[in-house]
Design a protein around this ligand. Structure first.
Ligand code: MG
Length: 368
């Protein structure tokens, strides 16, 4: 495979509803798309970095810079046997996993298209249908939260995750458990608590949640060991897991019982699969987290979620939950029983809508 050129585009896409977490409130996404030309075929990847460095140290600007000034020069003109060769070539750059994943996932898509195979099959996926949960942002009132959950359950979603932060936690969980006693419920704190908040976390233990996601600091592995030791509810790590070694340490130390794998956070498909395989060997279930992706990132997530140990419903949901109109054809839809049918066409299985992407593009650069 000859890596011929890279086109980076930054698109601006307004969300249908603002999304609030403990760290930010997002109304419009600034998303970098990578279109890589490999042997004359286009592969597409999406950068999952946020507009600011509040979820991870990377943001849209750092990714644009790293992709253009460091990663592309390491890949341009290369002859590769497979997209699996991309990660080792990028290793001289430390961190910047979201920038790396942007181009790595695009090359996987190109390879799958060149081989006329669905990407998920090339990755070794097994599922033809993936279970879906929803991630619900922090709401102004408990009534609004309950109404949102009601609506999502009526659409068929199999699991409800709510974002929490200090002051917007216990009452929300109490209310949802009262209204929806049997729903699979989880909470995600996005690192909003500290060890001193231990009594609150202990109280959450009484609501038979499926998991508590990332309660403590984004790099506080040791703190999570202490919390997990004293809670019945499984801890799921998200922000703490950037590498295979982080996952290895988290499992060995007992910092969690579940891991959320995000393509961008771990640097693309090769590393996501390594972490998936490690977790499988240790019987740690995984699921695929969302980063308010447009259709291209969503399609990449669907391919990843077909791997065998993605046994818990992830955050990958229908396009219409986020966008008035997506940038792929067809849009991602969810069945009435809360699943996504995995596409059977080559590559990511969805076609980027070039006209729509062009109309949303705020800047672009073509690199050869
Ligand atoms: Mg999370």
């Amino acid at each position: 495979m000859h890596i011929h050129s890279l086109t980076l585009r930054e698109i601006h896409l307004p969300l249908v509803t603002p999304f609030e977490t403990s760290v930010d409130r997002v109304t419009e996404r600034r998303i970098i798309l990578a279109e890589v030309n490999v042997d004359g075929v286009s592969g597409w990847g999406e950068c999952t970095a946020g507009e600011n460095p509040f979820y991870s140290p990377e943001d849209t600007e750092t990714c644009w810079h790293i992709l253009k000034d460091y990663l592309w020069p390491m890949l341009k003109g290369r002859e590769l046997i497979s997209a699996a060769c991309v990660w080792p070539l990028l290793e001289p750059v430390r961190g910047h996993n979201m920038a790396k994943a942007t181009i790595e996932t695009a090359i996987w898509d190109a390879e799958a298209r060149l081989k006329n195979r669905p990407l998920w099959k090339l990755l070794g996926g097994e599922r033809t249908e993936i279970p879906c949960g929803v991630s619900i942002g922090i709401k102004d009132s408990l009534d609004e939260l309950a109404a949102t959950v009601q609506r999502e359950l009526a659409s068929g979603y199999q699991r409800v995750k709510i974002k929490i932060k200090p002051g917007k936690d216990l009452e929300a969980v109490q209310r949802l458990r009262q209204d929806f006693p049997r729903v699979k419920l989880t909470v995600d704190a996005n690192s909003a608590y500290r060890k001193d908040d231990w009594p609150l976390l202990k109280q959450l233990d009484g609501f038979y949640l499926m998991m508590i996601e990332q309660p403590l600091g984004w790099d506080d592995l040791f703190g999570h060991v202490e919390v997990q030791k004293n809670l019945q509810t499984p801890i799921c790590l998200d922000e703490c897991i950037h590498t295979y070694e982080h996952a290895e340490a988290a499992i060995a130390l007992g910092a969690c019982k579940i891991i959320n794998i995000k393509l961008g956070r771990v640097g693309g498909h090769l590393q996501a699969k390594r972490i998936h395989d490690l977790c499988r060997r240790h019987e740690i279930p995984v699921w695929c987290g969302g980063m308010l992706e447009s259709g291209i990132g969503r399609a990449q997530n669907i391919a990843l979620s077909t791997l065998a140990n993605f046994s818990l419903p992830g955050d990958v949901t229908a396009s219409k939950r986020y966008w008035q109109e997506d940038i792929i054809d067809p849009e991602v839809t969810v069945t009435p029983h809360g699943t996504i049918h995995v596409p059977t066409t080559p590559g990511i299985g969805f076609t980027p809508r070039l006209d729509r992407i062009a109309s949303l593009t705020a800047r672009h650069t073509h690199l050869i």
